[in-house]
Design a protein around this ligand. Structure first.
Ligand code: SF4
Length: 493
């Protein structure tokens, strides 16, 4: 545990993020002198690794760290009144101290946000030269040269793709299917057992169709650019349920401007020939078949309930059904894997020639089984992902792919990022739209979050649905009402 004592809660989020970036395994106990409500120290965790006292004033930051007998005191000067400047000064100070203590540097420096390319893209649109952007980000956020080059390349590519899209005149549709065959060890998404909810799936499809109907007046005013079925695992629905849902969208929405229709068929244990044929017949253009790893033992540890062979067979089946845009997801930093395992996974994937490869670094999420059942998994080991990142980049290049989107997550392995690679003209457009927040995404289903995006600087409004399936089925009318009110308040229908 690391005890943190702050004089103000103004920068609590940033302090937490920086400390976690250097000490991902440690529990943080934060107290704030200013706050009236003091949090309780967790019982039973008496091992305090480090105590940190931080005073952030208008013109000066004082930091005092105590680790056993060793005491470190540091000061930094800040500019009075400029919050952003003070925040960056504070983060650089923390970075400097923790980097000295741990002997580590972070590839993204002090940047802790999830969308590094959004910042770069804004600068590019303001007419800044890439070299100047890189210089500024290096000084301000201590980002490595390698990540800056990668970020500028991706932001430039995203910008070219976005230029061809109707941004605020268009919108995307997201349909959430929250069921999965089993729950993966690392999963923190809203996901319910497909087996347990089998009998309610028809009702779920009915509710989603009902909720979709509230979007129709909006659809009459905007161009539908992409449709994305995500989850969970959308292909846990039966072929008849998939047909009913997609048929409704085809009949009721104007698809004349549609550029992409993606369905995540993530788990091979949910894929059948019949389902793939329905998806193809009804105009789905892009699917995902996600191995995460091609190592049998790891699949077992993850509780994914399918084999490597299942992945290969599902992929070939999808090709036979005519899919010419298939994504495969992998995760680096999985338990009991190292870079040799990553290499083997990448070699197996290269044999299949997918059109997209999405490389994730494991993020240790609070509500994943991996954390909730810590004791059970305490002997699992996790290797560094740096080499795996390099191997993935090379494998993607060898398959003729380029990086086209990226995002970061909290507590991500190696403080790295997730990167999407694709062959030319096979980019997952929805992935760019959701990361860059340039177009409204109207989302339906349990746990789905709608984002209404206005012109730059106008508005960005989130409208959330309840996460629990039973509650969603009961309260779908209320979810529709929430959307309707949001549309009306921004004059969108
Ligand atoms: S397939 Fe995806 S959504 Fe389903 S349990 Fe695994 S990680 Fe979670």
């Amino acid at each position: 545990m690391i005890e943190i004592c702050l004089n103000t809660d103004e920068f609590e989020y940033d302090v937490r993020a920086m400390v976690k970036a250097f000490y991902p395994e440690e529990f943080l106990y934060v107290q704030c002198k200013e706050s009236k409500v003091q949090s309780q120290k967790p019982p039973g965790d008496e091992c305090v690794k480090m105590h940190m006292n931080l005073d952030v004033k208008d013109e000066e930051i004082d930091l005092r760290l105590q680790q056993g007998e060793e005491i470190t005191c540091e000061k930094a000067h800040t500019v009075k009144g400029d919050r952003s400047q003070r925040k960056n000064d504070l983060k650089r100070l923390l970075y400097h101290v923790f980097s000295m203590k741990t002997g580590r540097t972070l590839p993204w420096g002090t940047l802790t946000g999830i969308r590094p390319t959004k910042m770069i893209m804004k600068d590019l649109e303001d007419g800044k030269e890439p070299s100047m952007i890189m210089q500024e980000m290096k000084e301000k956020y201590l980002v490595s040269d390698e990540k800056l080059m990668e970020g500028v390349e991706i932001a430039g590519r995203e910008r070219e793709i976005l230029k061809k899209l109707p941004e605020q005149d268009g919108y995307s549709l997201y349909v959430h299917i929250p069921f999965c065959p089993t729950t993966c060890l690392y999963c923190s998404f809203t996901s319910f057992s497909a087996k347990r909810w089998k009998d309610a799936m028809d009702d779920y499809v009915d509710a989603v169709i009902k909720e979709l109907s509230v979007i129709l007046p909006y659809d009459r005013k905007k161009k539908l650019t992409t449709v994305y079925f995500g989850g969970g695992t959308p292909t846990t629905l039966s072929s008849a349920q998939l047909r009913r849902l997609i048929q409704y969208i085809k009949e009721q929405f104007d698809l004349s401007d549609l550029l992409e229709f993606t369905v995540e068929a993530g788990r091979p244990d949910s894929i059948t020939k019949e389902k793939l044929q329905v998806l193809k017949e009804l105009g789905v253009t892009r699917i995902s078949i996600n191995p995460q790893t091609m190592k049998e033992e790891t699949l077992h540890i993850l509780g994914r309930n399918h084999t490597v062979n299942d992945v290969v067979n599902a992929f070939h089946l999808a090709r036979q059904c005519g899919f010419d845009n298939i994504n495969m997801d992998i995760i680096l930093g999985l338990p009991m894997e190292d870079s040799k395992d990553n290499q083997m996974t990448l070699q197996e994937i290269q044999k299949l020639h997918p059109d997209n490869l999405t490389v994730h670094c494991l993020a240790r999420k609070h509500n994943a089984r991996l954390n909730l059942e810590k004791e059970k998994y305490k002997d699992l080991t996790f290797a560094d992902v740096t080499e795996g990142m390099e191997l993935s980049s090379q494998a993607a290049k060898d398959m003729g792919m380029v990086p086209y989107y990226m995002y970061r997550q909290k507590n991500i392995a190696g403080n790295q990022e997730n990167i999407g690679y694709a062959r030319e003209n096979k980019f997952g457009i929805y992935n760019i739209l959701i990361m860059e927040e340039r177009q409204s995404i109207l989302a339906v289903g349990a746990g789905a979050i709608t984002k209404l995006v206005g012109k730059p600087g106008e508005f960005l409004e989130r409208v959330e649905n309840v996460k629990d399936v039973a509650t969603y089925l009961e309260r779908v009318d209320e979810m529709m009402e929430r959307k309707k009110r949001a549309f009306e308040s921004y004059g969108l229908i």
